[in-house]
Design a protein around this ligand. Structure first.
Ligand code: 9GP
Length: 826
């Protein structure tokens, strides 16, 4: 599975020593930035350091590209609308084995590396788990020396920056490249043209063959920006290629000269809007249309780029295309690539339909990341017709032929046809991108065992019956290079000392820690590292929120997007219950706890924003109530993002993974936290189930309804009022939300949460799970008071995370789906 290797310090760092590095940084200060050591501020030092590192990165990139070209390698092309890369300096230095060299060199120049690292804006080109997974995967692909390219969108603005004003979320634009991004390289030589709108003309060729010609209404340019992706040890450097939209003719001089100053700019503005923002609000028609245009834009550019590269080696001979190219569709966002490839093959390359379809269905594979109906994309057929008229024709043709196949299997079964069809009939004809993805791919996978099972059983049962074996599972993973080695240097150093330093490439090696789990000295060292990390986070909390937290308290962390199914409000209700218990009994016995949240809510998701507001208002009341005697603190860290996660995860004691069973496809934060020695309190959902299998029931706090129990309760007619009237504590807490106790002068400001749970039916069964959750929290409290027991459990969690390296996920993709071979770069 994982490649065995030496410590990275023997690779790139051999070639570059401290003196070289200092010289390179100074050279970049002078020659790249036009400043000098005396004038340079932290930002300039950061840029010069990046430039010095980038020299090594580009050397690796050049060698990798040459090697792949000479070996004519098969490659995976990872199509994803999101890549949540975070910061790159620390990661690249670690992967090149240059971290220590750089740190010492900069120290000698009077510069603190950790300070200048703070200058780097996060590349937040994603919303959450799906985008971060893509980033972990491309790290693993490079590390495992697999030929791969990530393809996505070069958004000008990534995910919004979250500010909290008087307790409420305010969205501000994110400008990750305002002052230039030192890692990216523009490649104007590989610009692609993308067509949109217009109409289709039907023609008859000489041999009577019908030909379709699309006369587009608009053409825009796709400009590629390459971000090098450095594998651990720095041998293979792959590329993440992100497309930026520009107007085809940069400026219409004729119009301008004729006095139409504004008109001359209009086309530019329209074209540039395509890559302006990550997932614009899709509640309006224009927003939806823009999102579809974005998806098509990056898929079309990427396919043309792949074909250009293929033709360089194979000319017009398409027979080897499927040997060379595999495309992974990260969710349905890139599904429009399927009809686009068909269009290119049938209309442009003039292949006959069957041949083209044969190619298509050997090239694409699709990953499903959610069962939530609202996240399963459907586009109105008339919208596709307007933007991509030829593609709609192709989709109809794919569907027509597929329906014939369904009819063969289940003659006359119209119900089956209705379920399997790409087209959903109704008031408005819709195109189901999920069905299109399954039909156009040779493999489909879910992202955790339970999720893949539910994909087969509930989401696509008819496809499972039609093509048994096509739907498979690849459990998600995380890169241990970023999520342990780089973000938790003290724990990494301790692990290195105990079991050697090859675990970043072979995470199963962590198993070696198990035998030390009961060793008192090791327990002490392990918990000392945790303590120091908690001190660092406490400082950060003080700095950003002016809240004092006790580092001896339990740091209980819930970090993820805000969504009802993730149930941050279950956590909040429990906090309120604890508060109430303390008010009723000042001697209420509990170990002090700091509840720490990090979460962004979608701008248009009202209840999610109300939950953020409630956490802040309840927190504010509790934090300032002397009767609590600091037994509880509530901290909402604003602007949760990758770089903040890197600080919070190493400092966590408890990991909250409390989604309604069956709703969280996998989760990956659960893996990161457990890897860093946090204990999970969680439901049997997503990858929690596999984490529990690995760490054992004694080392995790599982509670709540299972998937089957959730279904059964729903079928029996779940009534949240039963819980409200039967459980006095639940009733008291919910009624509390209606008063102005937490929102002085604003009674009812928090009532929407109560309404969602009582009047609107509690879709995510918060009340049904409340008591079990509260009981599990009592067990957490007891366990933490036993220092030895807790330390042992924490060590075992770290030790048992081998399965969750993204290298294992990638190896599963390689074996089950991609059939790729590593290509060593010398
Ligand atoms: O919600 C899932 C999350 O559970 C999973 O870990 C992640 C990566 O597979 O994908 C998320 N899904 C989405 O973001 C949207 O489908």
């Amino acid at each position: 599975m994982s490649r065995k290797a030496k410590a990275p310090s023997t690779t790139a760092s051999e070639a570059i020593n401290k003196i070289d590095f200092k010289e390179a940084v100074i050279r970049h200060l002078h020659c790249t930035l036009g400043t000098d050591e005396n004038k340079a501020n932290n930002h300039a030092w950061w840029k010069a350091t990046c430039a010095a590192i980038q020299e090594n990165v580009l050397e690796g990139l050049r060698k990798t590209q040459k090697t792949h070209y000479l070996n004519d390698t098969r490659a995976v092309h990872y199509f994803s609308a999101e890549f949540l890369m975070g910061r790159l300096l620390s990661n690249n230095m670690h992967n090149l084995g240059l971290f220590d060299t750089a740190q010492e060199a900069l120290k000698e120049l009077g510069v603190e590396l950790t300070d200048i690292m703070e200058e780097e804006p996060d590349m937040a080109l994603g919303n959450g788990g799906l985008g971060r997974l893509a980033a972990c995967f491309i790290d693993s692909l490079a590390t495992m020396e697999l030929p791969a390219i990530g393809y996505g969108i070069h958004y000008e603005h990534g995910l919004f920056r979250q500010e909290i004003k008087s307790g409420a979320q305010i969205e501000r634009p994110d400008s990750w490249r305002d002052y230039g991004n030192p890692w990216e390289i523009c490649r104007p030589e590989s610009i692609q043209e993308v067509s949109l709108y217009g109409y289709v003309e039907t023609k008859y060729g000489e041999n009577g063959r019908i030909q379709k010609e699309w006369h587009p209404g608009v053409t825009v340019k796709g400009v590629p920006w390459d971000i090098p992706v450095v594998g651990y040890e720095g041998k293979t450097v792959n590329v993440l290629r992100l497309w930026q939209s520009e107007a085809s003719d940069y400026f219409n001089w004729d119009v301008f000269n004729a006095g139409g100053y504004v008109d001359a700019q209009r086309e530019n503005v329209h074209a540039e809007t395509i890559s302006k923002v990550l997932y614009p609000n899709d509640e309006t028609e224009a927003g939806k249309e823009l999102r579809l245009v974005q998806q098509y834009f990056f898929c079309s550019c990427s396919l043309k780029d792949i074909i250009r590269r293929y033709k360089r080696a194979h000319g017009d001979d398409w027979s080897r295309f499927v040997e060379q190219v595999v495309i992974q569709l990260n969710d349905t966002h890139p599904a429009i690539a399927i009809p686009e490839l068909m269009r290119i093959l049938v209309d442009r390359a003039e292949l006959d339909w069957d041949k083209a379809w044969n190619i298509c269905t050997q090239v694409f594979a699709y990953t499903n990341h959610t069962l939530l109906p609202e996240a399963l994309e459907k586009w109105p057929a008339r919208m596709i017709e307007k933007i991509l008229p030829r593609h709609l024709e192709i989709i109809y043709e794919i569907n027509h032929r597929f329906m014939a196949l369904v009819d063969k299997k289940w003659p006359g079964d119209n119900e089956k046809k209705a379920k399997l069809s790409i087209i959903e009939e109704g008031n408005e004809k819709m195109v189901r991108m999920g069905n299109l993805s399954v039909i156009g791919s040779f493999a489909v996978n879910g992202v955790a065992e339970i999720h893949s099972h539910l994909v087969k059983q509930n989401l696509f049962p008819e496809f499972e019956a039609l093509w048994p074996g096509k739907i498979t599972n690849v459990t998600n993973g995380i890169t241990p290079r970023r999520w342990l080695k780089a973000c938790n240097p003290a724990l990494s150093a301790l692990i290195d000392k105990k079991i050697g330093n090859d675990w970043p490439l072979d995470l199963n090696k962590l198993e070696g820690l198990s035998k030390h789990a009961e060793n008192k000295t090791f327990q002490k060292q392990f918990m000392q590292v945790k303590h120091a990390n908690k001190q660092r986070l406490a400082k950060e909390i003080k700095h950003s929120l002016d809240i004092d937290v006790d580092v001896n308290a339990i740091f209980d962390v819930q970090i993820k997007r805000l969504h009802e199914y993730k149930r941050q409000h279950l956590n909040l209700l429990h906090i309120m219950a604890l508060y109430r218990r303390i008010l009723e009994n000042p001697d209420y016995d509990m170990h002090p706890r700091v509840f720490i949240f990090g979460a962004k809510a979608a701008p248009g998701y009202r209840l999610a924003k109300d939950i953020i507001y409630a956490i802040n208002m309840v927190g504010n009341k509790i934090n300032n109530d002397p009767r609590v005697k600091n037994k509880i603190k509530v901290v909402f860290m604003p602007n949760y993002r990758v770089s903040l996660a890197e600080k919070m995860i190493p400092a966590s004691d408890v990991s909250e993974q409390i989604s309604t069973a069956g709703k969280e496809a996998s989760g990956t934060g659960n893996m990161k936290l457990a890897l860093n020695g946090a204990l999970t309190i969680g439901t049997l959902d997503g990858a929690n189930i596999e984490i529990a299998e690995e760490v054992g029931d004694d080392n995790i706090f599982i509670f709540g309804l299972t998937v089957d129990e959730v279904d059964a309760l729903k079928n029996d007619g779940y009534n949240p009022l039963d819980y409200y009237y039967r459980d006095a504590e639940i009733k008291a807490i919910l009624d509390w939300l209606e008063t102005d106790y937490f929102t002085p002068g604003q009674p009812g400001a928090l009532v929407s949460i109560k309404q969602s749970l009582l009047d609107e039916g509690d879709a995510y069964m918060v009340l049904a799970d409340f008591r079990a959750y509260s009981d599990a929290q009592i067990k957490v409290d007891e366990a933490y008071r036993d220092k030895t027991r807790w330390a042992k459990m924490a060590i075992i969690n770290t030790a048992k995370m081998g399965k969750f390296t993204s290298d294992r996920s990638i190896q599963d993709y390689v074996d089950k789906i991609w059939k790729l071979r590593a290509c060593e770069v010398k």
